[in-house]
Design a protein around this ligand. Structure first.
Ligand SMILES: [Zn+2]
Length: 88
């Protein structure tokens, strides 16, 4: 199976997407990946990335930016539900 990311010592997110670095996956689809931050700045810190590598926000394509935003919107609701469920 081909993978949009290649393992790279220079990009942690590509290594995460390639499965080289362990992580707690929350959600994955064809173009985006959502996972819990290894070193969270706050409880429930969720990271959502496009699978296609971008060096920074200026390099990301409009398409990847749009689909990532849609994933963030969906996952924010799911993450909130998980946090609420854990608090019960
Ligand atoms: Zn990358």
């Amino acid at each position: 199976m081909s993978h949009p990311h290649e393992s790279s010592a220079e990009c942690l997110f590509c290594d995460i997407d390639a499965g080289v670095v362990p992580y707690a996956k929350v959600m994955e689809d064809a173009t985006t990946l959502a996972f819990m931050d290894i070193d969270p700045g706050s409880d429930g810190h969720l990271l959502v990335i496009p699978k296609r590598h971008s060096a920074d926000l200026l390099e990301i394509s409009p398409e990847d930016s749009a689909v990532t935003t849609l994933t963030v919107d969906g996952d924010a609701i799911a993450a909130r539900a998980l946090i609420l469920a854990a608090a019960l």
